[in-house]
Design a protein around this ligand. Structure first.
Ligand code: SF4
Ligand code: SF4
Ligand code: SF4
Length: 803
């Protein structure tokens, strides 16, 4: 304390400061050495992090968390004695070094030397109300402590040692939740009047109008419901129940269609459950991690910390990705596969494992069927031909196969990089086959771990927001399953499979769908085939949109229903590792808004459903009856801690690792590998110089409707950027910051270019979050025919600098 400024009254950390605590505990009222004030300059040049080196006690925690947990190393000690300071290299601004703005250093700083800039002077730590809840961006499902003051969210922290994140958060979880305070929130229902304009209405009028429109379409058997992969389990359960038992249709899908829904037709075909087999915590038990189509550090940043830890421990990381992503840079082996050739690569790996005798014959004999058919399907696969087609060295494919095949415990991770391909089903199925034939299932550090996208993508599928599966993944063709679901939730109005999001929109154009009810999704930006999507939204006879903001989709609506943010409602979310966890109301519903579950309930009752749920806990009681994997789950139990499904009874503690005892009464059903030809989008490649691929970036999420309204995120990245290789950019006379025109056979957009070493020559990359530069608008309305996941990973484009 001899040189620590005594400015507690104005320090952000006062009341939450270890130095203050210790001074109090040890009765240090006056420094025996006098006071030697420091005169370091404060730094305020980062959008979210403010620093005052004068308050620093040189504990080194920020240095260590950035280096050891984040695997980056932005901070270091500079100088000696009283001049010692924590600084970046060459005193550069944080944004100019490799900082990913996670705020982890701020969270661990025990004093007020590093502060959350946006919440400075908003409220003292002790003044805030604190609520434990869950982040609603990605499906890692990080536990948060949301601090609120006078009806506003002030800051977000993570409880140390709790939940999947164990005290860590990424930039979105820490700085992105401020969207709930946005002035752009809808605060009254809107109804389109005879003048064609959306005007504020009462809830009674809006609900009556919504019910009337849906009822009319129900009579014509022409209604569809799009549920939300970011709504809670309870809300999604009610939405599919509304569709099936009130509106009489299986036209129910959700944003999980963009990735997670693929698991049903792939993982779920080989193994009993269409879900991640293992847990985030046991990823570090693997000796080898095979990461395919997952830009993990950007898409699932907190889960990626496990991979960074594994790499630091000397574990082997094999990354399959056309781009040299951050995780690819950390890998032992990066297979920079040509876009769309992943299945061929995986088939070649399977073939080499089998030819080299690395398969686990005993495990296969005891646990699997279909091995001969799998071997047969690989006969036409040659390592050399595959290497050439994939743009890889045959030796690298062999090395990858041998590293995986020889590992004592090998884990597979995959995500939208695979599923959003036109032949993604074949690639994912090949990955599951790899795990089964090498016996890499049922133990910590093994498994096939498909990383779900949105916060509740897994839960939306569990709840049955799928056009061909009921709650608990009961097929519509399974008579006993249908009977069990009907016993829990009432009679189904239709037993035929319904339509996916893309099929519903096409159905509008074909005249089969008259009305759509869209909750918390934004297909106007997320769906490929932009012109047809726009036409469908315009042509729909009746469109109800329920959301927080007037999204691009809501602008087409006849009725807009304002929903509550995740911080304003109770419920549960199920993360990517099947962890069911409680979301809690931290703020009262914003005036004029209602929680989604209450809106669905009110709408159902307007449609004469006679539902009587008093709370989300009530809905969970019914979910436990309808979804066998949730049979032992209740709010009472969840309040004691999260539970990973399957949890089949009140005494069942849940299942962190699936298949520890095999596959129950069945075996793993190995599937032949169908090496599909190249993406059909390539058929239009003549005359196009580049392949465009798309994905998620660290600072934003989905269609940006929430993240772009969080100043802590939009202050970091404000608009869509096209990543282009330096050589390609130079040949086109493009510099970073130039506006460019990107044209495909299906559309054009005008993002800003940024020169990036991550993309090889000939490949360009765009994130998916920007409505005014919607990458999906460049793609045709093509999906994987098996999973019906839109193909958003490879399209031919030209790029030119805008005059
Ligand atoms: S914000 Fe994150 S990446 Fe940036 S310096 Fe702090 S810990 Fe490192
Ligand atoms: S964590 Fe805070 S007090 Fe400790 S060295 Fe870093 S800036 Fe200084
Ligand atoms: S990793 Fe995902 S769940 Fe965790 S804080 Fe970041 S966005 Fe939220």
């Amino acid at each position: 304390v001899s040189y620590h400024p005594l400015e507690c009254p104005v320090c952000e950390a006062a009341g939450d400061c270890r130095l203050q605590d210790y001074a109090h505990e040890y009765g240090v009222a006056v420094s025996p050495w006098g006071w030697h004030p420091l005169e370091f300059a404060t730094r305020d040049d980062h959008p979210n992090v403010a620093r005052d080196p004068n308050r620093c006690i040189l504990c080194g925690r920020c240095v260590r968390i950035c280096r050891e947990v984040m695997g980056i190393g932005c901070w270091g000690f500079r100088s000696r004695g009283y001049d010692t300071i924590i600084d970046t290299a060459y005193n550069m601004p944080l944004e100019a070094v490799d900082c990913v703005s996670c705020g982890q250093c701020v969270s661990t700083c025990p004093v007020g030397a590093l502060n959350m800039k946006r919440s400075r002077f908003a409220a003292r730590n002790w003044q805030t109300d604190k609520t434990k809840t869950v982040c609603d961006f990605c499906a890692v499902g990080c536990e948060q402590e949301v601090q609120t003051f006078r009806g506003k969210l002030v800051r977000v922290k993570a409880p140390i040692g709790e939940g999947v994140n164990q005290g860590n958060l990424c930039v979105k979880g820490r700085f992105g939740m401020e969207y709930v305070n946005s002035d752009e929130r809808l605060i009254a229902p809107l109804v389109r009047g005879e003048d064609g304009l959306l005007t504020p209405a009462t809830w009674d009028d809006a609900l009556a109008r919504a019910a009337e429109g849906l009822k009319k379409a129900k009579a014509a058997k022409a209604v569809g419901v799009i549920a939300s992969a970011r709504c809670t389990n309870e809300e999604n359960y009610l939405l599919q129940k509304l569709a099936r038992t009130v509106l009489g249709t299986n036209n129910i899908d959700s944003g999980a269609r963009y990735n997670q829904a693929a698991a049903v037709a792939t993982v779920g075909k080989v193994l009993p459950y269409p879900a991640m087999t293992n847990s985030v915590a046991d990823l570090t038990d693997a000796d080898v991690l095979l990461i395919a189509g997952s830009n993990t550090t950007e898409e699932h940043p907190v889960l990626a910390l496990q991979l960074i830890k594994a790499a630091r421990q000397g574990k082997t990381l094999i990354v399959i990705d056309p781009r040299r992503t951050d995780i690819a840079k950390r890998a032992t082996l990066h297979l920079a596969v040509k876009p769309g050739t992943d299945t061929l690569l995986l088939a070649a790996m399977l073939r080499h494992i089998i030819d080299s005798g690395l398969q686990d014959k005993d495990y296969i004999a005891a646990n699997a069927e279909g091995y001969e058919e799998l071997v047969e399907s690989l006969q036409a696969v040659s390592l050399e031909a595959a290497a050439e087609a994939c743009g890889l060295a045959a030796a690298d494919i062999k090395t990858a196969a041998e590293l995986y095949g020889k590992a004592a415990a090998a884990s597979i991770l995959y995500s939208a990089g695979l599923t959003q391909q036109v032949n993604g089903a074949a690639a994912v199925t090949a990955l599951v086959d790899l795990a089964v034939i090498t016996g890499n299932l049922g133990r910590p550090g093994t498994g096939v771990n498909g990383l779900a996208g949105q916060a509740n993508a897994q839960g939306a599928c569990d709840m049955g927001c799928l056009p061909d599966y009921l709650p608990g993944y009961r097929a519509l063709t399974d008579a006993d399953g249908v009977k069990a679901v009907e016993a829990a939730m009432g009679r189904l109005g239709d037993k035929n499979p319904g339509k996916t999001i893309g099929e519903m929109l096409q159905g509008v154009l074909d005249g089969q769908i008259k009305a759509l009810y869209v909750v918390g999704e934004n297909p106007a930006v997320s769906e490929p085939g932009a012109a047809a999507v726009k036409e469908a939204l315009e042509q729909a006879e009746f469109l109800v949109v329920q959301d927080l903001f007037l999204s691009e989709t809501a602008r087409y609506a006849d009725v807009v229903l304002p929903a509550c943010a995740i911080t304003e409602r109770d419920g549960t979310l199920t993360n990517t590792e099947r962890r069911v966890q409680r979301v809690r109301e931290a703020l009262p519903p914003l005036d004029g808004c209602k929680p989604d579950w209450e809106i669905v309930l009110a709408l159902a009752n307007q449609l004469e459903a006679d539902w009587a749920y008093a709370s989300p806990a009530d809905i969970m009681v019914e979910i436990a009856k309808a979804v066998p994997q949730y049979a032992g789950i209740s709010y009472e139990r969840l309040d004691q801690g999260d539970i990973q499904w399957p949890c089949v009874s009140a005494g069942d503690e849940g299942t962190p690792v699936l298949y520890a005892d095999g596959f129950g009464e069945r075996k793993a059903l190995l599937q032949p590998v169908e090496v599909a030809p190249v993406d059909p989008a390539d058929s239009a490649a003549d005359g196009y110089a580049f392949t465009l691929t798309t994905g998620i970036e660290r600072e934003h999420f989905g269609t940006g409707s929430r993240s772009r309204r969080a100043p802590g995120l939009s202050g970091l990245v404000a608009e869509g950027r096209l990543e282009i290789n330096a050589t390609d950019a130079a040949s086109l006379g493009i510099a970073s910051g130039d506006r460019v025109q990107v044209t495909s056979p299906w559309g054009n957009i005008e993002p800003v270019a940024v020169i990036a070493p991550t993309v090889p020559q000939g490949l360009v990359f765009m994130p998916q979050h920007y409505a005014e530069a919607a990458a999906a608008a460049l793609f045709p309305a093509v999906s994987d025919p098996v999973t019906k996941v839109p193909a958003l990973k490879a399209v031919p484009v030209n790029v030119q600098k805008k005059a």
